[in-house]
Design a binder for this molecule. Structure first.
Ligand SMILES: Nc1ncnc2c1ncn2[C@@H]1O[C@H](COP(=O)(O)OP(=O)(O)OP(=O)(O)O)[C@@H](O)[C@H]1O
Ligand SMILES: [Mg+2]
Length: 680
């Protein structure tokens, strides 16, 4: 497994280490890492240990079994060999003794018998004494190595087992006994083949059996011993035990051996000293004895323990190896997972430009690639979303602006409407007293004239006449001023009434050229009616494509009338200033189609507008005309009508002493735009 992991965006990561969330996620990562790490290491170690333990346990168990059975086998073979030797020894003695039971008891055979007995003693060193019993059970001859030979002693054996058992079973083995407290002996009696041959009773020295038993060596502390059919100890390397006539029948292995039916041989048991031993036996057949061979358990299993110890060491070594390998492999496995987790955490924290790079060529890499795809798609949809939000925000801002403009227009219209009402009210109220002032001042001038006429007929000294005339003139002068200013006030009131006419009428689609033409005519004829000798050249350049515009015709006419009359005024003024040097006052009106808008231009070759006037001319009540000739409301109201009511624009281009040109641009749907606010 190859874990090639790198972080494309390490810079971004290190730049954010100060953020608490980041720190928390980092510690989370390390927790996950250590948990996974520990898990993997534990898994490796467990697998290895279980495998090794299972293997070791099997090995130990089987080698224990093999070792034990082979030990038992060896012990059994040794026991068997010893038993065979003892058996052979006894059988030999039996057959040797058998020679002495060939002859029947007659007087003539005594010498022969004695000769045979002596020869037997000489040939078989283990026999120390031989007694020959006649068929009636009385001793006839006794030959011994220790005592004098006895002939015809007549000792009665007829009821003793030596005799009865031998007669019954042909051979009899007596119990073991000791002479001089140190030598084991056994009585062996043998009956002849015929009834009259009697019985030979031999005392057999069993020292040889002791030698056999002592000669058996099993390991260092192993030993052999022999018990008789009653379970008494007959031979043992520790002679004192034998001499003490130890009863071995309580030992489990002896009991089991004596109960020949026992199917299962006891292999592990306690010895006479209470130590655990591994034991095997073999029977000594004609005698009913048993040869036991035993080894202390510790010694028997010593190689086994060594083997277990060795296995333990191997296990420990393997454990250490497994731990190291586990750490190494776990590290290899955990690193890409950790990188994946860190990458996922970065993506999760909103850093969608991050990409996880894992090159392990396995499922982890596939997972990382899937994360990357997901991040890419998320990033795209985020960008898309942001664009949509931007668009929507722009649209909303636009709508808000439109709404605000509409609201402004509405407020303005409202203001205009209420101002109109107010103005109309005031104008009406002022009109009557103003009429009185004007009429009475006119009448008063006439009265002064009449007073002057009357004064002509009256006789008075010159000084008084001069005084009266002076006062009357002053009075006339005052009244003239009252008439003049009264007229001005009247004009203001009239204008106010004109401006404040309630409502603007209906809006409708009208031919814009026709509206301009009508305004030109109205203004021209109005001016000619007002001032005698007024004249001006009118130029028209109407765009035939100007077409219809939806607007409030009355209002637009008011605007045009004002602009045209301003132009007339300026041009006339310039002619008055110029005198008779051929200046020709001219006013030009033009229209132009601009697609969804139309343009109207009113241009005069009058005085032009100086900058200081230009700056203030749209203000209400600003005028440069002499008192009584202008109210200064014309441009102010025109501006409101064009800009606020019709959503159009009004601009001025001028050069003092040369020309003035007003340019109005109206949207074709001007009135519908202003509909909500247009109708007060
Ligand atoms: N075509 C023009 N040429 C020169 N000056 C002009 C022209 N139009 C307007 N003005 C200047 O702007 C001022 C304001 O004009 P506005 O129409 O508002 O008031 P007015 O004409 O003076 O009075 P009203 O229109 O109420 O009779 C004028 O007094 C004049 O000085
Ligand atoms: Mg004017």
């Amino acid at each position: 497994m190859k874990a090639d992991v790198d972080h494309i965006s390490g810079g971004a990561l290190s730049g954010k280490t100060g953020i608490p969330g980041r720190a928390a996620s980092a510690s989370g990562t390390s927790i996950v890492r250590s948990r996974l790490f520990i898990k993997y290491v534990a898994l490796f170690v467990t697998v290895v240990v279980v495998a090794l333990l299972a293997n070791g346990a099997f090995e130990i168990w089987f080698s224990y079994q093999e070792h034990k059975s082979s030990l038992i086998k060896i012990q059994h073979e040794q026991a068997q060999a010893a038993a065979d030797k003892i058996e052979e020894f006894i059988t030999q003695i039996e057959s040797q003794v058998g020679w002495t039971t060939q002859l029947p008891w007659t007087d003539g055979t005594l010498d022969q018998r004695r000769f045979d007995a002596l020869r037997l003693l000489r040939q078989v060193p283990a026999i120390t004494e031989l007694a020959q019993i006649d068929a009636t059970g009385h001793e006839q001859l006794k030959v011994s190595r220790l005592t004098m030979d006895v002939v015809g002693s007549g000792v009665d054996y007829s009821s003793k087992p030596e005799f009865t058992q031998a007669v019954a079973h042909k051979v009899y083995f007596g119990p073991v006994y000791f002479r001089r407290e140190s030598e084991p002996y056994m009585t062996l009696s043998l009956a002849g083949t015929r009834r009259d041959t009697g019985v030979s009773i031999a005392q057999v020295n069993l020292k040889l059996i002791w030698d056999v038993v002592s000669g058996i060596k099993v390991g260092e502390h192993g030993r052999a011993y022999v018990v008789d059919s009653d379970g008494r100890l007959i031979a043992h390397p520790d002679i004192s035990l034998v001499l003490r006539n130890t009863d071995m029948s309580r030992l489990a292995q002896v009991t089991s051996a004596r109960a020949a039916s026992a199917t299962e041989q006891v292999q592990e048991s306690d010895d006479i000293g209470g130590h655990r031993v591994l034991t095997a036996y073999a029977p000594v057949n004609p005698l009913g004895w048993f040869v036991f061979v035993e080894t202390p358990i510790e010694e028997a299993y010593a190689p086994l323990y060594t083997s277990i110890q060795r296995t333990g060491f191997v296990l420990l070594g393997a454990l250490a190896l497994a731990f190291i390998a586990g750490m190494f492999l776990a590290g290899r496995m955990v690193v890409p997972i950790q990188a994946l987790r860190a990458g996922a955490a970065r993506l999760g924290s909103g850093d969608l430009s991050q990409r996880i790079s894992i090159k392990t060529g396995d499922e982890v890499e596939a997972l990382a690639n899937q994360f990357n795809d997901m991040a890419g798609r998320l990033e795209e949809s985020y960008a898309d979303l942001e664009k949509k939000v931007d668009d929507r925000t722009r649209e909303l801002t636009q709508s808000l602006e439109d709404l605000r403009t509409a609201q402004d227009r509405l407020v303005q219209t409202e203001k205009l409407a209420s101002l109109g009402q107010l103005t109309a009210g005031i104008a009406h109220e002022i009109k009557n007293p103003l009429n009185f002032v004007n009429n009475f001042s006119g009448v008063s001038i006439e009265l002064i004239d009449e007073l002057s006429d009357v004064l002509g007929t009256v006789t008075a000294d010159d000084k008084t006449r001069a005084d009266i005339t002076e006062i009357a003139d002053t009075l006339r002068g005052n009244l003239d001023k009252i008439v003049q200013h009264g007229k001005r006030a009247d004009s203001i009131v009239k204008n106010m009434l004109l401006h404040s006419r309630e409502g603007s009428g209906e809006h409708r689609s009208v031919d814009i050229n026709a509206v301009v033409e009508e305004s030109l005519n109205l203004a021209y004829h109005g001016a000619r009616a007002e001032r005698q000798g007024f004249n001006i050249t009118l130029e028209r350049s109407f765009d035939p494509a100007a077409g219809e515009v939806d607007l409030f015709p009355q209002e637009i006419t008011r605007v045009l009338l004002n602009l045209i009359s301003n132009g007339f005024y300026a041009a006339t003024k310039r002619k008055a200033q110029a005198g008779n040097d051929g200046f020709e006052p001219t006013l030009a009106a033009a229209t132009k189609n601009l697609g969804d808008r139309v343009e109207i231009r009113i241009r005069d070759n009058g005085t032009g507008i100086p900058p200081e006037v230009k700056a203030k001319m749209f203000n209400p009540f600003f005028t440069t005309k002499p008192a009584g000739e202008g109210t200064g409301l014309g441009l102010s109201i025109s501006h409101d009508i064009i800009v606020k009511q019709h959503a159009g624009s009004i601009a001025v281009d001028t050069e003092p002493g040369s020309f003035t040109e007003f340019k109005i641009v109206l949207p074709r749907t001007a009135a519908s735009i202003a509909k909500s606010g247009g109708q007060a």
